[in-house]
Ligand binder design. Sequence first.
Ligand SMILES: [Ca+2]
Ligand SMILES: [Ca+2]
Length: 72
Amino acid sequence: MADTADYAATFALVDTDGDGLICAQELASLMRNLGDQTTDEQATEVVRAMDSDGDERISLEEFASYMSRNQN
Ligand SMILES: [Ca+2]
Ligand SMILES: [Ca+2]
């Protein structure tokens, strides 16, 4: 089970408008800030991959469970 507190700080960095959900636009602007030429379409794909309830936004819980699944 994911410990969401471990991911809250990272999540807050991506959630630039602070509404508690990461949308594709926020993810795309983060990736561009990191120097990645991510298109809005690519960001949407990533959001869909992490989104488990189908609202096309990433909640902290979805973020934490995705990150912990992908940890070695
Ligand atoms: Ca947001
Ligand atoms: Ca969601």
